[in-house]
Ligand binder design. Structure first.
Ligand SMILES: Cc1cc2nc3c(=O)[nH]c(=O)nc-3n(C[C@H](O)[C@H](O)[C@H](O)COP(=O)(O)OP(=O)(O)OC[C@H]3O[C@@H](n4cnc5c(N)ncnc54)[C@H](O)[C@@H]3O)c2cc1C
Ligand SMILES: NC(=O)c1ccc[n+]([C@@H]2O[C@H](COP(=O)([O-])OP(=O)(O)OC[C@H]3O[C@@H](n4cnc5c(N)ncnc54)[C@H](OP(=O)(O)O)[C@@H]3O)[C@@H](O)[C@H]2O)c1
Length: 274
């Protein structure tokens, strides 16, 4: 009797103590999209505040000194839970373990959020472009679910470029859910547009967003005029190369990079460190 009770307690105890100064949250939901992509939701710490579009550092209680990685919060600032959209890197120090989380498991989160993909870093405008590749759509899942953004902009366009059709599912589901939600539709209906392309295969086969901007096909597809620094604002999130190329296109159209301390007409953030 005593032995089995002890065994039960031991099995439930975390293998390592929760480090001081971090939040320990419970996973509530997990959804896998492909062998490289999944999303999960977890409880939101009491009193934890952030701006839609910011990122935090997350880790797992699986070592004395856990590995922390930057993650964009994919849920909006008003949500009672936190959502993340994640890559699964084979042998990745964090994601080889993170991809196995189940509801009830613990995820660690450092206490401070930060980032430049926030409405505060942009000057007022008419249209907002959210340019993303791969998991770079995560911060825009937060921004696009925040009613405030539709108070600030008449049109919000998410562009999502991935290698394969299956990798576009998260973005499509996001926009479908926003537009089918009665409350969100009031804000986003007729204002939120999604342009997604798969560069390597699938029914949505198309060009990289950089090519679509350069040729003007993006604006033709959307029925919108070419970028104009008077009216258009942009946020960019993707690999280092994608950021560089998209930012240089923004500059060509006359947009100027902004930051929290000095708002501009476009802002950038890395979706991962190459
Ligand atoms: C500001 C910021 C925000 C981020 N937000 C997210 C997010 O919301 N979701 C997310 O999945 N990752 C995000 N990342 C990347 C994340 O921090 C980790 O790199 C990722 O979780 C992999 O961790 P790892 O320890 O398993 O592998 P790492 O050692 O961190 O990465 C190994 C290699 O995998 C590749 N890689 C890493 N992350 C990605 C990715 N997201 N997409 C494609 N290739 C990748 C890179 O080539 C990298 O060198 C963000 C990074 C930064 C800097
Ligand atoms: N093992 C696998 O099966 C596998 C599969 C995919 C990725 N990976 C690895 O995972 C990492 C990230 O892959 P990922 O697919 O998430 O990201 P990625 O290589 O950055 O590609 C994501 C999307 O962005 C496009 N893109 C790439 N560079 C761009 C640029 N400079 N401007 C505009 N668009 C650009 C890609 O188009 P293109 O298709 O034209 O490149 C693709 O559609 C890479 O290191 C890759 O080697 C492995």
């Amino acid at each position: 009797m005593t032995v089995s009770a002890t065994a039960t307690i031991d099995a439930a105890a975390p293998a390592f103590p929760i480090p001081a100064g971090v939040f320990a949250q419970e996973v509530t939901e997990v959804q896998h999209y492909t062998d490289r992509l999944f999303r999960f939701r977890m409880t939101r710490p009491d009193g934890f505040r952030f701006r839609s579009g910011e990122f935090v550092m997350i880790g797992l209680p699986n070592a004395e000194k856990p590995v922390y990685r930057a993650y964009s919060i994919a849920s909006p600032a008003w949500d009672e839970e936190l959502e993340f959209f994640s890559i699964k890197v084979p042998d990745g120090p964090l994601t080889e373990h993170l991809q196995k989380v189940q509801p009830g498991d613990t995820v660690l989160m450092r206490k401070k959020s930060t980032g430049t993909l926030v409405a505060d870093a942009l000057l007022p405008g008419k249209r907002l472009y959210l340019f993303s590749t791969g998991t770079g759509i995560a911060p825009f899942a937060s921004v696009a679910r925040d009613p405030d953004i539709y108070e600030k902009f008449e049109t919000v366009v998410i562009t999502h470029t991935c290698r394969t059709e299956a990798e576009l599912a998260y973005g499509r589901e996001l926009v479908d859910n926003i537009l089918s939600d009665e409350l969100m539709r009031e804000f986003a209906g007729g204002k939120l547009l999604l342009h997604s392309t798969a560069t390597r295969e699938g029914a949505a086969k198309g060009e990289r967003v950089t090519t679509l901007i350069e040729t003007g096909k993006l604006f033709e597809d959307l029925g919108l005029p070419p970028l104009d620094p008077e009216t258009d604002r942009a946020m960019i999130c993707g690999s280092m190369d994608m950021l560089k190329e998209t930012a240089s296109l923004m500059e060509r159209f006359g947009l100027v990079e902004g930051s929290n301390s000095s708002p501009g007409t476009y802002v950038v953030e890395r979706a991962f460190v190459d």
